[in-house]
Design a protein around this ligand. Structure first.
Ligand code: GUN
Ligand code: FE
Length: 459
């Protein structure tokens, strides 16, 4: 792979509150990895980068373009893309029974699975997702098709064969032994792909549809092979009540007792976690995939991500398609901001219609801002998936997973703000931050011109 260097405007995050910008910067890439970055390419070329190949491919970005890290989707159900937008007027458990289980059961048909999964990977890459943590279905073979498709198209992915052995319809349920042996086979077949790009992730659907025996068996497989783990937790109130009844303990403990809360575990939703559960997440190093779109659509509730982050829990964003209605993590950024602003309103206990506060003590609650939301969508996601040593920002040594954003094309090209008189007087820093805001708040995948994973252009 030829070495590459990108010259121009660059943004990335180092933590929730550390936002790096270079108005005239560079990122140098060799063998898919970042070998240099900063705000002075010439100085780097003459110093640390003196061995960087002379024939590197140079991309000089325009003043309307910038480079940012790729988007990370910490929670997406690949099969459900086939029904995206349907049944979102129902609560979670009704939606699962009416739409989701019948659809997922169809993925025993490998041809159908192949068609859907090809499109899913294409569409998510187009939307800027460079890393996705996918749920497949109970069917091992079609879930392998999903993994191979991600690899073929060059997307970084964790892929899970879903496991469920109870409280599910007869046409979509496994026997315990069958679920465990299919999971072992899945892990084994994934290892034969011999790639770092696409890896298996242990995937109990949720505590409600798994017995203690199955959860413990999956915990043991995860431990034996040091695997990633994903599931759902504390999404809807009805579901939580049911889990507490079945397991006679908290939702988090139900997983922890099975060895499923590790520092490679990501749990979707976590809308209603209790303080003790949050403390347990922190202790275990377990993270949360915040799925604002589906939490809203299925009326599951408000997840206060800042409460999680401030209590030491790693958080990334998830689309949760098709409980969520959009495959775009850029959209998830906006939805996360929406939810956070709604929480601000509730926290401050405004008296509706009067503009007055009932609780002046909480008047200083600050909602998430766009820079923090970009962190959640990039580095936060990589941290949540325990892949932050691999990707998430442009730190030297990481793989180059990146988006080239062009604000000079539709739907952003015709605002004309670059030519406004007062705009020209603004500093380069302010101009870049305004460009980022334009993209985040009003742009879409048409502004994502190029997508790179491990240095390879995939869009
Ligand atoms: N809980 C168990 N399965 C699912 C699912 O497919 N989507 C969502 N949003 N929640 C779940
Ligand atoms: Fe989900």
């Amino acid at each position: 792979m030829t070495a590459k260097v990108f010259l121009g405007q660059v943004i990335y995050t180092k933590s929730l509150n550390e936002f790096v910008i270079y108005t005239n910067g560079f990122v140098a890439v060799q063998n898919g990895k970042i070998v240099g970055e900063g705000d002075d390419y010439v100085a780097w070329k003459n110093g640390a980068g003196k061995d960087f190949p002379q024939d590197a491919e140079i991309t000089q970005m325009t003043k309307e373009q910038f480079l940012m890290p790729g988007l990370v989707d910490c929670h997406i159900h690949a099969p459900q893309v086939a029904q995206i937008g349907l049944g979102l007027d129902m609560p979670l458990l009704e939606w699962l029974n009416t739409y989701t289980f019948p659809l997922e059961a169809k993925f025993t048909d490998q041809e159908f699975a192949s068609k859907v999964y090809t499109k899913v990977v294409e569409a998510t890459i187009k939307s800027g997702t460079t890393l996705a943590s996918y749920f497949g279905t109970n069917n091992k073979d079609s879930t392998l098709i999903l993994a191979k498709e991600a690899l073929r198209q060059g997307q970084r992915a964790l892929v899970g064969k879903v496991c469920s052995n109870c409280n599910s319809p007869d046409f979509y349920v496994e026997k315990t032994e069958e679920s465990l042996s299919a999971t072992k086979e899945f892990v084994d077949e994934m290892s034969k792909l011999s790639t770092e790009l696409v890896k298996p992730i242990i995937t109990p659907r949720f505590a409600l549809s798994c017995t203690k025996e199955l959860l413990s068996g999956l915990g043991a497989i995860a431990k034996e092979h040091n695997l990633h783990v994903q599931s759902h937790i504390s999404e809807s109130v009805a579901e939580i009540d049911f889990v507490k009844q079945l397991f006679s303990t908290s939702y988090a403990k139900a997983y922890d007792n099975a060895g499923l809360l590790t520092n490679k575990t990501v749990m979707a939703h976590a809308v209603h976690l209790e303080d003790a559960e949050i403390a347990l997440f922190k202790e275990r190093g377990t993270s949360v995939a915040h799925c604002p779109a589906s939490n809203t659509m299925l009326s599951s509730g408000f997840c206060d991500v800042l409460r999680l982050v401030e209590n030491g829990v790693k958080v990334g964003l998830g689309t949760d398609v098709s409980g969520g209605n959009s495959i775009s993590i850029q959209d998830a950024i906006l939805r996360a901001l929406d939810v956070s602003h709604h929480i601000e309103f509730v926290k401050k206990q405004h008296i509706f219609g009067t503009g007055k506060l009932q609780n002046a003590e909480k008047a200083d609650y600050k909602p998430l801002d766009y820079k923090q939301a970009i962190y959640l969508a990039t580095l936060g996601g990589a941290e949540a998936l325990a892949l932050d040593n691999v990707c998430g920002n442009f730190v030297v040594g990481k793989e180059f997973d990146a988006l080239l954003i062009d604000t000079g094309v539709y739907p952003l090209h015709n605002f004309g703000f670059y030519n406004m008189e007062d705009y020209d007087k603004k500093s380069a820093e302010v101009k870049l931050l305004e460009m980022v805001q334009k993209f985040i708040y009003t742009g879409d995948d048409r502004n994502i011109s190029k997508v790179y994973v491990a240095g390879k252009q995939v869009k």
